[in-house]
Design a protein around this ligand. Structure first.
Ligand code: IPM
Ligand code: MG
Length: 357
């Protein structure tokens, strides 16, 4: 088996966590006889600095021919003054759209030794294993018209929340298929009491369910309630499927349940299994360059690449077990330190995972 990996560290702590995840990825691939070819590219702020655009054509072309994109993060205060359309984040958004990565899987899984690092009581999060499936290439993130215009001498800002039927159908199918391999429960989150587009979302999800997946349990929840339920009783969920913006918000909430944003991986998949794998956390400019960042979310994202793109579930399991072992041994980065006496840096955490493989 072989695969092409495009490595895009991006900005901030991306530059620190991605190389660490790469060492884990190459070792696991090598041991399993998987021939991975790595290529590095520019994206985000660093790409703006060097080539004037957050997503250079060379990066986009390399991404199109790659099986796996391993991504760090983009953005930082240095580029915040730029107009919206030229910001580092645009590079990532465009990459998601150009590659057709409509299905964003954000698992929130609690590693038992981290129960104390969660902001919730340990009994509420023990054995937590939920999966947020976020629609990633539609909705208000991409809807037109968008912008700021002048109306009667006053400025007006606007965006458009829009979903086409096929976009809802395909993400609903992914949700039900994922649930089939888990606990067979899907909760679709919307704001159908206020927004027409999300009442439409609810109707389409309901139809796909009736026509194709009646054996899966489907429920619906308003997003405000879902936010509340996630911090009240998160274990009631199995798969949560929702639109782009609600998914952005709820996945940060879910991440915190597991102890730290530094723990949450993600996979963004297209129709053909190719994908972009990135930690849910951002570039953390406040700790960038200090070897403080937690590389586990990126390492776990690499595990997802093995599972979902390379169909090498055993390699993914191996990485996840190694992470579990390192945590059980009490090795911690600062974000999940608790009262551990063994607080290490980014690189040292990577070495610990390598040793535990
Ligand atoms: C995420 C991030 C991005 C998003 C930003 C950086 C564009 O918050 O992946 O959750 O909003 O999708
Ligand atoms: Mg986000």
């Amino acid at each position: 088996m072989s695969g092409k990996v495009l490595v895009l560290p991006g900005d901030g702590i991306g530059v620190e966590v991605v190389p660490v995840a790469l060492t884990v990825m190459s070792k696991v691939a090598k041991d399993a006889g998987i021939d991975l070819h790595f290529e590095e590219g520019l994206i985000g702020g660093v790409a703006i600095d060097r080539s004037g655009t957050p997503l250079p054509e060379a990066t986009l072309n390399a991404a199109r021919s790659a099986d796996i994109v391993l991504f760090g993060g983009v953005g930082g205060p240095k580029w915040d003054h730029l107009p919206m359309s030229g910001r580092p984040e645009r590079g990532l958004l465009r990459l998601r759209a150009e590659l057709g990565l409509f299905a964003n899987l954000r698992p929130a899984l609690l590693f038992a030794p981290l129960a104390a690092a969660s902001s919730l009581k340990p009994e509420l999060v023990a054995d937590l294993d939920i999966l947020i499936l976020r629609e990633l290439t539609g909705g208000i993130y991409f809807g037109e018209p968008r912008g700021v215009r002048e109306e009667n001498g006053e400025k007006v800002g606007f965006n458009t929340d829009i979903y086409r039927e096929h976009e809802i159908e395909r993400i609903a199918r992914v949700a039900f298929q994922l649930a089939e391999r888990r606990n067979r429960r899907v909760c679709s989150v919307d704001k159908a009491n206020v927004l027409e587009v999300t009442q439409f979302w609810r109707d389409v999800v309901t139809r796909v369910h009736q026509e194709e997946f009646a054996h899966i349990e489907l429920s619906h929840m308003y997003v405000d309630n879902a936010g509340m339920q996630l911090v009240r009783a998160p274990k009631q969920f199995d798969v949560i499927v929702t639109g782009n913006m609600f998914g952005d918000i709820l996945s940060d909430v879910a991440a915190m349940l597991t102890g730290s944003l530094g723990m949450l991986p993600s996979a963004s998949l297209g129709a053909t299994g190719h994908g972009l794998f990135e930690p849910v956390h951002g570039t953390a400019p406040d700790i960038a360059g200090k070897n403080f960042a937690n590389p586990l979310a990126t390492i776990l994202s690499a595990a997802m690449a093995f599972r979902y793109t390379l169909n090498a579930g055993a390699c993914a399991d191996q990485i996840e077990r190694a992470v579990g072992r390192v945590l059980a041994d009490g090795v911690r980065t600062r974000d999940i330190a608790g009262d551990s006496r063994n607080v290490v840096g980014t690189r040292e955490m990577g070495e610990a995972v390598l040793a535990a493989l």
